[in-house]
Design a protein around this ligand. Structure first.
Ligand code: AMP
Ligand code: ZN
Length: 115
């Protein structure tokens, strides 16, 4: 996907603040943070949405990334929030599947999770 901004981040063609990487996954700081810690975790391979992920290795490494980042940023004990916006009704703006990882402070309990 040559015109996908997150593919370009994964390929290091454009700059981002990368905070974590494993074989299948990369994570970087969200440009517009909605919490003290706000990371985006993405598969290096392009999938439009979470519904399109079709291999277990990617899913395993996404989960590994969550655990490793929680340890690295010392938020395992107090916790954090994961959000995946899927397609139009979910408010997905970048069509390269990503998981928002928010934490580092007590988050609001609004049902609209990205508030
Ligand atoms: P979503 O609405 O779930 O598709 O979220 C897209 C997220 O990507 C937003 O929180 C943006 O702030 C973030 N974003 C867009 N472009 C970049 C970029 N170049 N580097 C880091 N974060 C970005
Ligand atoms: Zn992409």
């Amino acid at each position: 996907m040559s015109d996908c901004i997150f593919c370009k981040i994964a390929n290091k063609e454009i700059n981002s603040e990368i905070i974590y990487e494993n074989e299948s996954v990369i994570a970087f700081k969200d440009l517009n943070p909605r919490a003290k810690l706000h990371f985006l975790i993405i598969p290096k391979k392009h999938f439009d949405t979470i519904l399109d992920i079709d291999d277990n290795k990617t899913m395993e490494e996404l989960l590994k990334a969550v655990k490793d980042i929680a340890t690295k940023y010392n938020i395992s004990e107090k916790g954090f929030r994961l959000v995946n916006n899927c397609k139009e009704d979910g408010g997905q703006e970048v069509m390269h599947m990503h998981i928002h990882m928010l934490g580092g402070e007590k988050l609001g309990t609004a049902t609209h999770l990205m508030q």
